[in-house]
Each structure stands twice: as structure tokens, then as C-alpha cells.
Design a protein around this ligand. Structure first.
Ligand SMILES: Nc1ncnc2c1ncn2[C@@H]1O[C@H](COP(=O)(O)OP(=O)(O)OP(=O)(O)O)[C@@H](O)[C@H]1O
Length: 245
């Protein structure tokens, strides 16, 4: 039985100068090792949840509790890869370590073993503009986890990729999250992506983010179209569509 790593309790958040909250009395539990997706319409407040989890914003009400009050390290992979074009791939990856005060040479040594697993062998001294979109996202992923995070936040990480690369990246990401024993939270408005990757999906029909429908998936990976997934998709569309009418 896995432990509750993270618990959001009764969370309410309103942006300054806005009358309506973006998040209202939200409750959710994230278990250790979960791959959890948050599915909601565009502009509903998905990224705002991440801004609260990473303490870029403070809630007006409610709490975010971590297991045993531990200081749990969080990795963040944004929508755009935000690689620094003037630094080599290796120097992009080591940046979080350097910011923590690790010496450059040591940081390089820590990062090097990951390159083959991440399909980036031979790219260490390249610059980001020499890489494909999928490779750039792998570098971004490696940079997000290199500091030793337990929780990984993914904000529509593949939205800029073409459909075929996106499918490959989804399979790869799921494998890596499992291998690295990460607890992962993905925000997306891509229903198929959520269905392919998640153990659980929280479907929010509208803003403010408050009540949601929870869908649990136990199908083995890599997932392909199946009757079970099609049924789940129909249920999700119904939840989103009912609210939109
Ligand atoms: N700094 C801010 N100040 C005021 N309002 C904001 C701020 N950031 C976001 N918002 C508003 O809050 C709402 C939720 O934004 P958020 O980016 O969390 O949504 P999202 O679901 O992630 O959107 P998308 O699917 O387009 O990425 C939107 O109406 C947005 O305009």
C-alpha cells in the first residue's frame, strides 16, 4: 500500500484583481509512485495548481501537506523546454546542480551517466538548436530530475511536438518515470495523452477548479487503443461536454 506523498486540503486561490477564484476548496491526495493527470479545459487553472505546489503563489485558504512534513524536492518540466541556447546540452542539464552550489566538474560527472538512458549519447557538447524537438524535451526532462526530485510536475510537456514524436515520447516518459520511481503529476488538455500515461486522471469540467471526477486505470504499458480506454474517453468527454453546454 503506497503512502500519501502530498495532500491538498481545502485549497482556495484567487489571483489579485480577480473576483472569481481559480481554485475553490480543492481537495486531492497524491500517492507515492502515482502517475496522476489533471485534465481540464484550456485556461481552467491547471498551471495555477503547479504555481501553488512550487510556492510561486500562496493560497488564500487551505493547505498543501507533504508526507511527514518532509522537505520533498520537486522537479518541474514546463510546456516550452526553456533551454538556454548559449549553453551546451551538458551545461543545460547541470544548471540546477550548479545553482545548488555543486562544482561544475562534479556536476558534469553526476550528469554524464544519464545521457545514454535518455537517448542523448553524443549530444553533450552540442547546442540546443542542433537537437530535434523530442531530444530537446528529453534534455528538459533530465534537467528537471537531475537534482534528485521525488515529485515531477509536467505542464503539457509535449504540446509543441508532432503527433508521432509525441507518441514515442509518451511511451518513453512513462518508462522513465517508473524506472526513476517518480511521483508524477501531469497537467494536460489532451485526453489521449492522459489515458496513455496515467494511473489516475482527475477530470475537472470547469473553472474554478473544485470538484472533479476520478478515473482509475490499471491497463498495462505501453497502452494502445482498447475498448477500456475508449469507454474511459467517452466518460471523460461526457464530463467535459455536459459542463460546456
Ligand atoms: N499571474 C496571473 N494574474 C492574473 N490572472 C492569471 C495569472 N496567471 C493566470 N491567470 C488566469 O488564471 C486562469 C487560469 O490560468 P492557468 O494558466 O492556470 O490555466 P491553464 O488551465 O493552465 O491554461 P492553459 O490550458 O491555457 O495552459 C486564466 O484565466 C488566466 O488568465
Amino acid at each position: 500500500m503506497s503512502v500519501n506523498l502530498l495532500e491538498i486540503r481545502d485549497l482556495t486561490f484567487t489571483y489579485p484583481k480577480k473576483e472569481i477564484p481559480t481554485i475553490q476548496r480543492l481537495n486531492m491526495v497524491v500517492r507515492e509512485g502515482d502517475f496522476l493527470s489533471i485534465l481540464a479545459p484550456s485556461g481552467a487553472g491547471k498551471s495555477t495548481i503547479f504555481r501553488l505546489l512550487t510556492e510561486l503563489e500562496r493560497p488564500q485558504q487551505g493547505q498543501i501537506l507533504y508526507e511527514l512534513n518532509q522537505d520533498i524536492q520537486i522537479g518541474y518540466m514546463p510546456q516550452r523546454d526553456l533551454l538556454l541556447e548559449w549553453r551546451t546540452v551538458l551545461d543545460n542539464v547541470t544548471l540546477p546542480l550548479e545553482l545548488k552550489g555543486v562544482q561544475k566538474k562534479k556536476a558534469r560527472g553526476l550528469a554524464a551517466p544519464y545521457f545514454s538512458d535518455f537517448g542523448l549519447e553524443g549530444t553533450q557538447e552540442h547546442y540546443p538548436n542542433e537537437l530535434s524537438g523530442g531530444m530537446r524535451q528529453r534534455v528538459s526532462f533530465l534537467r528537471a530530475i537531475i537534482g534528485g526530485c521525488r515529485v515531477l510536475l509536467l505542464d503539457e510537456p509535449f504540446s509543441a511536438l508532432d503527433a508521432i514524436t509525441r507518441l514515442h515520447m509518451q511511451d518513453w516518459l512513462q518508462e522513465m518515470c517508473q524506472k526513476l520511481e517518480l511521483t508524477t503529476i501531469l497537467v494536460t488538455h489532451d485526453i489521449d495523452e492522459a489515458l496513455r500515461l496515467s494511473d489516475r486522471i482527475f477530470v475537472f469540467p470547469s473553472t474554478p477548479l473544485a470538484e472533479y471526477e476520478e478515473i482509475t486505470l490499471a491497463e498495462p504499458h505501453p497502452r494502445r487503443e482498447s475498448k477500456v480506454l475508449v469507454d474511459h474517453k467517452q466518460r471523460i468527454l461526457q464530463t467535459l461536454f455536459m459542463e460546456a453546454r
